[in-house]
Design a protein around this ligand. Structure first.
Ligand SMILES: NC(=O)c1ccc[n+]([C@@H]2O[C@H](COP(=O)([O-])OP(=O)(O)OC[C@H]3O[C@@H](n4cnc5c(N)ncnc54)[C@H](OP(=O)(O)O)[C@@H]3O)[C@@H](O)[C@H]2O)c1
Length: 296
C-alpha cells in the first residue's frame, strides 16, 4: 500500500511508520523538517510541501496526524490560531489535493481526540455522544468536519478520537515521569476527573485495523476499555515506580498558570471504545497496571 502520512515525525506517527514498514507499505511523510524524516521515521520518503503532490501521483491511503501540540501552556489568541490552522486549514488543503488527484486515495484516517466530547464529567461517552463546547472540543469537531469532506470524494474516512497515548518515547508519560521519579508526583485538583488512556501499541494496532479493513468508517474512540480517575492514575504510576505520590496541585494554581487550557488537566473524558469493541478488537493492554508495567 502506498501511503501519504502527515505528522509522521510525531509520537504516534513514528510508531505507526515502524508498523506499516513491517507490513511492506511505501510511506511518504509530509514534514516541515524533511531533512529529519529518515532519522525519525526510517525508510520512508520525505515531502516538504503538499505542492509536491502532483495530480498524477497515486496514494492508496492518506493518514492525517499533523497538528501543533495542544498541551503547551496558555491558549492565547495567537496559540489558538496555530492550533486551528495546523489542523483544520491543513486538512482542508489535504482534501483539496485528494480532490485533484487523478486516482484518489481509497481511505483517509484523520486525527481527532476524546477531547471531542469536552469535559464529560461522570458521563460515559461512546462515539454517538455529542461534541463538547470548549475550545478543544470545537477544534476536534472542526478537524473531523474538514476530514469528512473526503467522503464526498469517494474516500472511506475514519476519525481517530484518540485518548492519552502512553509511550516511552514521549507524550504524557515523558512529561509525568521526571517529577514522579523524584517522588513529586501529584494528583491534579481533586483528582476525580477521568483519564481515557491508550497504550501506543494498541493505538497503532487499531489504526492498522482501520486502514486495512474496508468495513470501517466514521468516528472511533481509540482508548482502553478501562479509563481511570486522575487520582488513580497518579497512585498507579507512583506505585509502578515505587515512589510515593502524596502531593496535589490545587485547581486554582492550575487555573492561574494555564487559564482556559486548564480544562485539559482538570477536566476529562470517561470514553468507551464501543465501536472497536464491537469490531472484535483485542486489546494488548486493556488494564492500566499492565500497560504501565510494560512501559516502565
Ligand atoms: N499523543 C496523544 O496523547 C494524543 C491524544 C489525542 C490526540 N492526539 C492527536 O494526534 C495527532 C498525533 O499525535 P502525536 O502525539 O503523534 O503528535 P506530536 O508528537 O506532537 O506530532 C505531531 C506532528 O505534527 C507536526 N506539527 C507540529 N506542529 C505543527 C504545526 N504548527 N503545523 C503543522 N504541523 C505541525 C509535526 O510534524 P513536522 O515537525 O514533521 O512537520 C509533529 O511531528 C496530533 O494532532 C494530536 O493532537 C494525540
Amino acid at each position: 500500500m502506498n501511503i501519504l502520512l502527515t505528522g509522521g515525525t510525531g509520537l504516534i506517527g513514528r510508531a505507526l511508520c515502524r508498523a506499516l514498514l513491517e507490513r511492506g507499505c511505501q510511506i511518504t511523510v509530509l514534514s516541515r523538517r524533511p531533512a529529519t524524516v529518515a532519522e525519525r521515521c526510517g525508510a520512508v520518503r520525505a515531502m516538504a510541501s503538499l505542492e509536491q503532490w502532483r495530480p498524477g501521483d497515486r496514494y492508496d491511503a492518506v493518514i492525517n496526524l499533523a497538528g501543533a501540540p495542544i498541551v503547551s501552556g496558555r491558549w492565547s489568541a495567537r496559540r489558538k490560531r496555530v492550533l486551528w490552522d495546523s489542523r483544520i486549514a491543513s486538512t482542508e488543503q489535504l482534501v483539496e489535493k485528494i480532490a485533484a488527484a487523478e486516482t484518489r486515495p481509497k481511505v483517509l484516517l484523520s486525527g481527532s481526540a476524546v477531547g471531542f466530547y469536552g469535559d464529560s464529567g461522570e458521563r460515559q461517552v461512546t462515539e454517538d455522544a455529542p461534541p463538547g463546547d470548549d475550545f478543544g472540543a470545537r477544534l476536534c469537531e472542526a478537524w473531523e468536519q474538514a476530514a469528512r469532506r473526503a467522503e464526498d470524494l469517494g474516500a472511506r474516512v475514519c476519525l481517530l478520537r484518540t485518548g492519552l497515548v502512553l509511550s516511552r518515547a514521549g507524550g504524557l508519560l515523558a512529561r509525568m515521569l521526571p517529577p514522579f521519579r523524584l517522588g513529586l508526583g501529584a494528583r491534579l485538583g481533586d483528582g476525580s476527573q477521568w483519564m481515557s488512556w491508550i497504550h501506543i501499541d494498541d493505538q497503532v494496532a487499531m489504526m492498522v485495523k482501520l486502514l486495512f479493513e474496508d468495513a470501517h468508517h466514521g468516528a472511533y474512540n481509540l482508548c482502553a476499555p478501562e479509563p481511570v480517575r486522575n487520582t488513580d492514575f497518579t497512585a498507579r504510576l507512583a506505585a509502578a515506580l515505587h515512589r510515593p505520590a502524596v502531593l496535589f496541585a490545587p485547581a486554582p494554581v492550575i487555573h492561574a498558570a494555564l487559564g482556559e487550557a486548564a480544562c485539559l488537566l482538570l477536566g476529562g473524558q470517561r470514553a468507551a471504545p464501543a465501536r472497536m469493541t464491537a469490531a472484535d478488537y483485542r486489546f494488548r493492554h486493556a488494564a492500566l497496571d499492565g500497560a504501565l508495567r510494560q512501559l516502565l
